[in-house]
Ligand binder design. Structure first.
Ligand code: HEM
Length: 119
């Protein structure tokens, strides 16, 4: 199933503490959790980009057509750019991503509070 994921969702899947390994390549989101150990370029190289955009690194390597074909099987969705575009970095956020995360967490937090109070 193809989903839409914000940078906040993606950055949480950074392979740390048993979490899945997601990477972004050209606006698409890939779950490479099961693939990292089999990656011909080594596990560490992909892990370095876990939860982040790996487009440049992926292209710089000059992956073969086979690799690009194989990559398709790991696609789980696309990046939700709406979040990115609407974010204006606030003073306390170091990056646009931070600001996006902060807003989204707040929204999700408020939503769960709302649900809790209704039950
Ligand atoms: C879904 C994502 C990826 C897939 C399916 C994939 C697949 C592959 C495959 C099949 C090869 C063997 C050579 C070839 O056919 O081109 C390879 C090599 C390589 N990959 Fe990836 N790769 C992925 C992501 C990445 C990322 C994010 C990096 C980051 C730098 C990376 C770095 C490399 C390097 C350096 C090699 C060369 C290894 C060598 O020639 O010794 N790959 N990859």
């Amino acid at each position: 199933m193809i989903g839409k994921y914000t940078l906040c969702d993606i950055s949480g899947n950074d392979g740390k503490n048993g979490k899945p390994v997601w990477i972004i390549i050209k606006g698409d989101v890939y779950d490479v959790t099961t693939f990292v150990k089999e990656h011909p370029g080594g596990e560490d190289l992909i892990i370095e980009y876990a939860g982040r955009d790996a487009t440049k690194a992926f292209n710089d390597v000059g992956h073969s057509i086979d690799a690009i074909q194989q990559m398709k099987s790991f696609k789980i969705g696309v990046v939700d750019n709406e979040c990115q575009q609407q974010c204006v970095p606030s003073r306390e956020a170091k990056t646009q991503e931070d600001e996006c995360c902060r807003r989204e967490k707040k929204r999700k937090g408020l939503f769960s509070l709302f649900k809790k109070n209704r039950i």
